[in-house]
Design a protein around this ligand. Structure first.
Ligand code: HEM
Length: 290
């Protein structure tokens, strides 16, 4: 077939009405596909919002029955805190659910959080693990009286344990400021974020059988407030309360010390900076599905 002749014939005036009809029907089909895509997307957004609301409700019910807010903040932080900005590996992908990562020394005890979240994951299989851990953490902080942290659903989960980062990416309780900085800079976070996020220790406690340390950082370990900063500044430490070397390290540098002092005297400032830094933490390395 002579294609050049055929195309010349098709482009001729005689074929104009046929061409127009074809063009209109393609445009119409295209438009109707676009509008159905738009409405599918809108339904997805509504469904995702609805899913988030329902899971939030279940988390609040859980915290009412079992005040496990601190360990939810810890599991979310340990999923996020493995992020390496240089290689774009680790981060919020739910990989902390896999046995191989659970066995990392820093993650001792996190099985408790997984077991508590299992019934929620079972009832809402559409929420990914990465979203579930991060949502459990922001709801825990709000429930404990802390700031409202902006939250977005849609983190893609690591499919298998081969995506787990190697052991040793999280900070150690014996770390002083230079080592803490190295770890937080590797995550793409700065000194201010390091300092304000350390305020997460306003919640919870250490357990001898998990980390080897024992006790809470504040007198109100189930309340999210600025008392962590107040306590670590005290010249005479309360013997009932815990201070890790990594907590006291924040006092070693004039800039981080100044932030500790500001947060100790201004809870609103702490809440504002914390919410911003926590949002960033909750999205480190995220690959979004929507
Ligand atoms: C700066 C470096 C950090 C070090 C070295 C560190 C270390 C530790 C250690 C040793 C424990 C005790 C675990 C146990 O025995 O149960 C702990 C608990 C905890 N950490 Fe950190 N942490 C750090 C940063 C953070 C950050 C940034 C957050 C939150 C954003 C956080 C949130 C928590 C919470 C809420 C607990 C209490 C868990 C519970 O009560 O079960 N930590 N951390």
């Amino acid at each position: 077939m002579n294609y050049r002749l055929l195309s010349t014939a098709l482009l001729s005036q005689a074929w104009k009405p046929v061409r127009q009809k074809f063009l209109f029907s393609s445009v119409n089909t295209g438009l109707s596909q676009l509008s159905s895509l738009k409405s599918n997307l809108a339904t997805m957004v509504v469904n995702t919002k609805e899913l988030e609301t329902q899971v939030r409700d279940r988390l609040v019910q859980l915290y009412k029955q079992t005040p496990c807010m601190p360990i939810m903040v810890r599991i979310a932080w340990h999923d996020a805190g493995t992020y390496d900005v240089n290689t774009n590996t680790g981060g919020v992908n739910g990989s902390v659910r896999f046995d191989v990562e659970q066995k990392h020394k820093a993650n001792a005890g996190l099985k408790v959080a997984l077991d508590l979240l299992a019934p929620i994951k079972k009832d809402f299989p559409d929420i990914g693990y990465a979203d579930l851990f991060q949502l459990a953490s922001v709801v825990a902080i709000e429930y404990a009286g802390g700031p409202k942290i902006p939250f977005r659903m849609g983190r893609r989960d690591a499919e298998g344990p081969e995506k787990c980062p190697e052991e040793g990416r999280l900070p150690d309780a014996e770390h002083k400021l230079p080592q803490l900085r190295k770890v937080f800079y590797r995550m793409g976070l700065n000194d201010k974020e390091l300092t304000v996020l350390s305020g997460g220790h306003t919640l919870g406690r250490a357990h001898k059988d998990r980390s080897g340390f024992e006790g809470p950082w504040t007198k109100t370990p189930l309340v999210f407030d600025n008392s962590y900063f107040v306590e670590i500044l005290k010249e005479k430490p309360d013997p009932q309360l815990l201070r890790l070397a990594s907590d006291l390290a924040l006092l070693d540098d004039p800039q981080t010390r100044k932030l500790v002092e500001e947060y100790a005297s201004n809870k609103d400032l702490f809440f504002e900076d914390y919410a911003q830094a926590h949002k960033k933490l909750s999205e480190l390395g995220a690959v979004w599905v929507q």
